[in-house]
Design a protein around this ligand. Structure first.
Ligand code: ZN
Ligand code: ZN
Length: 370
């Protein structure tokens, strides 16, 4: 019998867990889904559909009454433990049974309060457990996609592109950003997206100088840049796409900025290779923009990995602390931008799949020639 996907992933995870750890406690929602197959999504930071605990031999999903049937159905490879009294008491029991003395936990996802509560509950049983913060253990696995994951992202992207095409057809002066954002949301859902990868960004005129603007009452006008950034979620996987538009004739300033951003993107897409350091990858686009004197106006990373989360490893960042090596099978965005306060901005965002010798641009929708 072929091992199931969670079983294969668990084996890979155990290889990555440093030998001094007896077990890993997983609190990240996407990590939980990736390792167990349990698709429930947490609505907020303070709500959890469950935690995973992996020892060297066993895998547990700790959840409550509301999720027990769903969890058992979707995660048959894990032992589902339903806590009635408290998560801490149940966790303490498993740690004791499994003789866990050194426990890695996800520092990025376990809140300080949750950590305190669990630590206290375990301590009250008289068990001596050494809690060790870990980062990136599961995320490192998620960084390299399987063909099935890439296929889900291609579907999400195709749907996203279709919706962008339709929405742009209907773009007229006088419409508010919020109206356009709602059209995006509605069409994505009607075409079969299970949800949004993130709330759409529609930023008109000076608002387009804010890379993550929240659409509001601003009315789109001719002669001003309009940034539209959207993404569908399909089978859990995210798409992410940005194009910049202008209604009416493009002036000299818009054309200049637009072409520069496109040039930076083209260069990066052409020269990206597996094995490249993420800082070097970021520099491919950043150098083009900086050489033209707009370095200060490009204040975010060149791109980010995406998958079950819309922002995940690898980060194509200029900062050393986030440096990583890009590998074949990584899917990430290439999204240079230039933002000028008072005028607006231009961002162009594609998704690429990295192969050993090239980056395949997954985004098929083209570019307007202004
Ligand atoms: Zn985006
Ligand atoms: Zn993005």
């Amino acid at each position: 019998m072929t091992p199931s996907l969670p079983v294969l992933r668990l084996a890979a995870l155990r290889d990555r867990l440093p030998p001094e750890y007896d077990a890993l406690l997983v609190a990240g929602p996407e990590n939980r889904r990736y390792l167990s197959g349990f698709t429930a999504r947490d609505d907020s930071l303070t709500e959890s559909c469950g935690l995973l605990l992996f020892t060297r031999e066993k895998a547990f999903l700790l959840t409550d009454f509301r999720y027990q049937e769903w969890a058992r159905q979707e995660a048959p490879d894990l032992e589902v433990l339903v806590y009635t009294q408290s998560l801490g008491a149940t966790l303490a029991g498993v740690l004791q049974d499994q003789e866990v003395r050194s426990l890695g936990f996800e520092a990025t996802y376990l809140s300080y309060r949750q950590y305190q509560r669990l630590n206290q509950a375990v301590g009250e049983t008289g068990l001596q457990v050494d809690w060790q913060p870990l980062e990136g253990t599961v995320e490192g696995l998620r960084q390299t996609k399987t063909p099935a994951e890439v296929a889900a992202m291609r579907r999400a992207l195709a749907l996203t592109e279709e919706v962008l095409g339709e929405v742009v057809q209907d773009l007229t002066p006088g419409k508010t950003e919020a109206q356009v954002a709602w059209e995006i949301e509605r069409r994505l859902r009607e075409k079969g997206a299970e949800g949004l990868a993130f709330p759409p960004i529609v930023a008109g005129g000076p608002n387009s100088a804010r890379p993550h603007h929240q659409p509001g009452d601003y009315r789109l006008q001719t002669g001003e840049p309009i940034i539209i950034d959207l993404g569908a979620r399909v089978a859990g996987y995210c798409a992410d796409l940005t194009r910049t538009f202008i209604l009416g004739a493009a002036d000299e300033q818009f054309r200049k900025i637009y072409h520069l951003v496109r040039q930076a993107q083209e260069r990066a897409e052409k020269e990206l290779r597996a094995g490249m350091d993420s800082q070097a990858a970021d520099a491919l686009g950043r150098e083009v923009i900086a050489a033209a004197g707009y370095g200060e106006a490009f204040g975010h990373s060149l791109g980010h990995g995406l998958g079950l989360a819309v922002h995940e490893a690898p980060s194509l960042s200029p900062h050393k602390d986030r440096a990583t090596t890009l590998r074949a099978g990584n899917v990430f965005t290439v999204e240079p931008g230039i933002y000028l306060t008072g005028w607006g901005g231009v961002r162009l965002e594609d998704m690429v799949l990295l192969h050993e010798d090239r980056a395949e641009v997954l985004t098929k929708v083209g570019f307007y020639e202004w």
